[in-house]
Unconditional design. Sequence first.
Length: 154
Amino acid sequence: MGYADGGHQALCHCVDCRKIGGANYSNNFVIPASQFNVTAGTPKEFSKTADSGKEITSCFCGDCGMEQPPSIRAGISCQRPCFLKTDSGVGTTLFRYGETFGGRDGMMVVKAGILDDVDVINSHKPGAELYAPERVKWVAQVEGTDDLEGMPQA
């Protein structure tokens, strides 16, 4: 996966991303759906209204904590089991898609934390920080990123 392939990297500070990731923000690779496929397994999905007011669908391993999550191909693969399972049955989010990103055939939002290859994360710097006003006050802006108040405008 690379930016030459039309991808982007962004941090998101919205409440939803903080909650699904259990962290102060999420680090995301946003790549064209045409360059993304699940090569094994069938992720389960959970749709809801995002902070943007538009529908977002989270895709996660249905066998959370017991089996390997679906192998994800975006020039990278995930080999780690999911350890988080909530009361709703939704496990660790692997990737998302939604109206803001052009639906299932638009862009896929892959959670950087699921990647085994830390070099992929280290070699790409986020270009934007979404929902920047919601950033935890003691977390500094990444130098050189664009601070956006919400989602980028299409």
